[in-house]
Design a protein around this ligand. Sequence first.
Ligand code: HEM
Length: 382
Amino acid sequence: MECCMLRSFPSFFATISLETVLFAILAVILLEIAISHVFKPKLRLPPGPLALPIFGNWLQVGDDLNHENLSQLAKKFGEIFLLRMGQRNLVIVSSPELAKGVLHTQGVEFGSRTRNVVFDIFTGKGQDMVFTVYGDHWRKMRRIMTVPFFTNKVVQQNRVYWEQEIDLARQDLKSRPAAATTGVVICQRSQMLMYNNMYRMMFNRRFERDDDPLFKVKEERLNLFNKYFMEEHKKLIKQKPPCNEEKCALDHMLDAQKNGEITEENILYIVENINVAAIETTLWTIEWGLAELVNNLDIQKKVREEMNTVLGKGVPITEPDVSRLPYLHAVLKETMRLHMPIPLLVPHMNLLQSKLAGYDIPAESSLLKSIQSFLQPAHFIF
Ligand code: HEM
């Protein structure tokens, strides 16, 4: 009997015509629309292009969601609009007020991050600080990270090292004769400058030369942090425990591990977060700033004049001097406005249904901040 039933399946499918299949698909689509209209609560969603059932706006916008395409859509639909990418809702905000809402005023509601397979690989499934959903882990990670990274005390404690690193980079460049004639590519050297700034903060370590084998294998970072920085550091502090003033970020994280608040994996992924968040962003900003000064000689001249007047000719700049150099400060801010390293910032997510600008934002929507459209004009404004 069972055998007879199995044999009858293929013949049953063979008799279904293409029209019947198409009709069935259409019926499912219409049914989905009907169900969504009758049973789903009426939400006041942000405006956006008409979404097709199942596909949403995928066929219209594709997966090329770069900030220029999104700015064009913002011109049509306004400073908040909704794209449906298949089943996922993507809310794009493009005004300073709404970006502030997502990042700050309603920061807790929109404080989670979307996750996907790629993020899971790079964060050990959310063991890091950045790509986590709002909750105990989210709060704990931010609390632990504030002391070693995000206070003014950290700036004061580390400024001497930053000043030293800048001076060493300057001396290195000066020692290359081409620097005064044909010019040199400073990319690799400025990368080492940034790595040294951050690795001093994190591990109390620096690279002597840019052909240091450890510097070269920075791509294999996670293994490297563990083997060469974490284990070595643990040995060092066992011999001589640091006092509070001597503690680097890793010491603070190891304290949190000792208290049972985080695991060794958490530490490795936090270090990875900081590498990505701190080094490349700052490095690109430095390179853009230098490129703008090379291409705008009148601005370069004014920066030099200000430094010579305020600090004295040839006197190296220190961190507290920055507040006495308003023109230099403005050039830095203009560079960051014009060359934002992450133009859509990092997507946020709301765990629960929320309100933004009077619209309903369905739970687990991705929120992108398209800031490029309000960072106009696209040139230095002095
Ligand atoms: C010019 C330099 C920098 C730029 C342009 C920059 C930009 C950004 C942006 C756009 C975000 C995402 C904001 C969001 O949408 O949630 C972010 C997050 C972050 N940045 Fe930076 N950043 C810079 C330097 C740094 C430095 C030096 C550090 C560390 C010392 C750092 C650590 C972080 C961390 C940990 C996050 C994640 C915050 C969170 O998830 O709560 N950044 N940064």
